[in-house]
Ligand binder design. Structure first.
Ligand SMILES: Nc1ncnc2c1ncn2[C@@H]1O[C@H](COP(=O)(O)OP(=O)(O)O)[C@@H](O)[C@H]1O
Ligand SMILES: [Mg+2]
Length: 200
C-alpha cells in the first residue's frame, strides 16, 4: 500500500457482475470513498444538469460516454478532499484511453494503484441479474437489447483494460457467483493475500 496515503483500488467486471454492491462493502471496510462514474452520470441525469443532458441518450442506449467527458469528470472527482486518502473506482477506466488518463492523474499526484479487483461472472448469470434489476429498479439501460450492447462493449473495450492491468500484475481475480457475503469474503481474502488486508 502507498504508505500512510491510503489504498487505491479499481473494481472491474461485466455489467451485472455486482461491482456496485461489492464496491460499497470494500469502501466501507477501508474507510475510502467508492466513486462510480455510472452513479455520477445517473445523479446528473436525475438532477437535470448540463452534464446529465449530455449523457442521457448515450447511457440509455448502453453506449459509452465519450472519453474526454468521462476523464474530466473523474479528474475533478479525484481532486476532492475525501479522495486524497485513497479511493475505490467503480466503472472507470472502461477504455484503454481512460487507463492512460488515470495513469496521468495518479502520476500527477505521486500516487499509485494498489490493486484491481476483477469480478468474474458468466453471461447467463449477469443477464439474469440485470433482468431482475430492471424489474426492481427500472434502470433504462437494463432492457435485453441494451444489456447485450453493454456486454459487447465490455468485451471489445473493457477486456483490453483488464489485460493492461494483468500485465502490470495488479489484478485480483474474484469469483462473483454466490451470495453478496460470499463474494465480499473472497474480495477481502484476495486483497489480504496481496498484503492489502484491512488491518495490514
Ligand atoms: N468509464 C466510463 N466511460 C464511459 N461511459 C461510462 C463510464 N462509466 C459509466 N458510463 C456510462 O454509464 C453507464 C452505466 O454504468 P454503470 O452504472 O457503471 O454500469 P454497470 O455497473 O451496470 O456496469 C454505462 O453503460 C455508460 O453509458
Ligand atoms: Mg454499477
Amino acid at each position: 500500500m502507498s504508505g500512510d496515503r491510503g489504498i487505491r483500488l479499481l473494481i472491474v467486471g461485466p455489467p451485472g457482475a455486482g461491482k456496485g454492491t461489492q464496491a460499497s462493502a470494500v469502501a466501507e471496510a477501508y474507510g475510502i470513498p467508492a466513486i462510480s462514474t455510472g452513479d455520477i452520470f445517473r445523479a446528473n441525469i436525475e438532477q437535470g444538469t448540463e452534464l446529465g443532458k449530455q449523457v442521457q441518450e448515450v447511457m440509455a442506449s448502453g453506449g459509452f460516454v465519450p472519453d474526454e467527458l468521462t476523464n474530466s469528470i473523474v479528474a475533478d472527482r479525484l481532486k476532492q478532499e475525501d479522495a486524497q486518502g485513497g479511493f475505490l473506482l467503480d466503472g472507470y477506466p472502461r477504455t484503454t484511453e481512460q487507463v492512460h488518463e488515470l495513469d496521468r492523474i495518479l502520476a500527477e499526484s505521486g500516487a499509485e494503484l494498489d490493486a484491481v479487483i476483477q469480478l468474474q461472472a458468466d453471461t447467463d448469470e449477469v443477464v439474469k441479474r440485470l433482468t431482475k434489476r430492471a424489474l426492481e429498479q427500472g434502470r433504462v439501460d437494463d432492457t435485453e437489447d441494451v444489456i447485450r450492447h453493454r456486454q459487447d462493449l465490455y468485451r471489445e473495450q473493457t477486456e483490453p483494460v483488464i489485460a493492461i492491468y494483468a500485465e502490470r500484475g495488479a489484478v485480483v481475480e474474484v469469483d462473483g457467483l454466490g451470495t453478496v457475503d460470499d463474494v465480499a469474503a473472497r474480495v477481502r481474502d484476495g486483497l489480504a493475500a496481496r498484503g492489502l488486508g484491512v488491518h495490514a
